[in-house]
Design a protein around this ligand. Structure first.
Ligand code: TYM
Length: 344
């Protein structure tokens, strides 16, 4: 592949981050820093596709930034910034609005879920949300995108957009000296690990989500030790003891979920967790899980609080990150504009 390997990912500043965001995404972001140049964005342009109170939005932007840093993202190594500070995202998104097809967006399940029954009243931004996501990624020609399982369809759309752009402008790209791979890479989603889809603690058939009404359904990164322990103690389970292998988790979504959470928190596999805990009842497994969760989350929680008291530092991180992000995106966007025919 002629494209320089580069990682991009983002989190929306809406509400509090929860364990699903952490295990499915942010923890993976941290791990990828050692192997790739990484860009981690707080996607505030995406956030306003649904109404956000302005004061809460800015607070949430700082809060996600603090969570990134507290989780271990090193802002000297990786680029950390909020999306609205770099205009390339919105500019490229417009061009992609003109590349993507209505039929493609009509198939997006997340739009259907978020718009609900009142589709006519959804913002047009919500409908074209995946085009902006493609712009986030392709403005940096990112080759790898770590995400949770729920973003898979959006990543497929990103590839479709890249492919159609490269195809529609193939002649022009050739004139301008581009090779067969075109201007945009076929970005690979990185959906890995035992917790790519963390489920609600109250219902093993539903994803853990910020928008779920019951707070007991999720562990927030801001929850204290008592709240974490209590939510795990009350988590829905079945009456059987844990099986000794992964196959035995089939048809047991709640057990599968708790084992996956344990494995991700311990940086191990579900197999390894079951080797140690197979045969145990939930009355023994839940306290072990709660202890592990508190051990991992409490220091992060304390660091987040410390960082949130120092907005000047967070601001400096975002400003520096935006400058570095702009420096990468600007020449790519300049090329896009030449390809499309905005400049000669
Ligand atoms: P968002 O803000 O909903 O979620 C952020 C990340 O957390 C993951 N995630 C989960 N993983 C496991 N289990 C769960 N229950 C769970 N819930 C959420 C998400 O998959 C995501 O990785 N559209 C994106 C943000 C975005 C983006 C991008 C991501 C905008 N531009 C470009 C990657 C690349 C979103 O709404 O994520």
């Amino acid at each position: 592949m002629p494209f320089t390997p580069r990682v991009f990912s983002g989190v929306q500043p809406t509400g509090q981050l929860h364990l699903g965001n952490y295990l499915g995404a942010v923890r993976r972001f941290v791990a990828m820093q050692d192997d790739y140049p990484c860009i981690y964005c707080v996607v505030d342009l995406h956030a306003i596709t649904m109404w956000q109170d302005p004061k809460e939005l800015i607070d949430a932007t700082y809060s996600v930034t603090a969570a990134y840093l507290a989780a271990g993202i090193d802002p000297k190594k990786s680029i950390v910034f909020n999306q609205s500070r770099v205009t390339a995202h919105a500019e490229l998104a417009w061009i992609f609005n003109c590349v993507a097809r209505m039929g493609w967006l009509n198939r997006m399940t997340q739009f259907k879920e978020k718009a609900g029954k009142d589709k006519e009243n959804a913002s047009t931004g919500l409908f074209v949300y995946p085009n902006l996501m493609a712009a986030d990624i392709l403005a940096y020609q990112a080759t790898h995108v770590p995400v949770g399982d729920d973003q898979k369809q959006h990543l497929e759309l990103t590839r479709d957009i890249a492919q159609k752009f490269n195809h529609d402008y193939a002649e022009r790209l050739a004139e301008l000296g581009y090779g067969e791979d075109g201007l945009f890479p076929m970005t690979e989603p990185i959906i890995q690990g035992p917790a790519t889809r963390v489920m609600s603690l109250r219902d093993g058939s539903k994803k853990m989500s910020k928008s779920e009404a019951s707070d007991a359904s999720r562990i927030n990164l801001t929850d204290d030790a008592d709240a974490i322990a209590q939510k795990i103690r009350k988590a829905k389970t079945d009456p059987e003891p844990l099986p000794s292998d992964v196959k035995g988790l089939e048809g047991r979504p709640e057990a599968d979920n708790l084992v996956g959470i344990y494995a991700a928190l311990a940086s191990t596999t579900k197999e390894a967790v079951l080797t140690d805990h197979g045969g145990q009842g939930f009355s023994a497994f839940k306290p072990a899980l709660a202890e592990l969760a508190v051990e991992v989350l409490a220091p992060m929680n304390a660091e987040m609080r410390r960082l949130l008291d120092d907005r000047a530092h967070l601001d400096a991180v975002l400003t520096d990150g935006a400058e570095r992000a702009h420096a990468i995106a600007a020449p790519i966007l300049r090329d896009v504009k030449r390809v499309v025919g905005f400049v000669s």
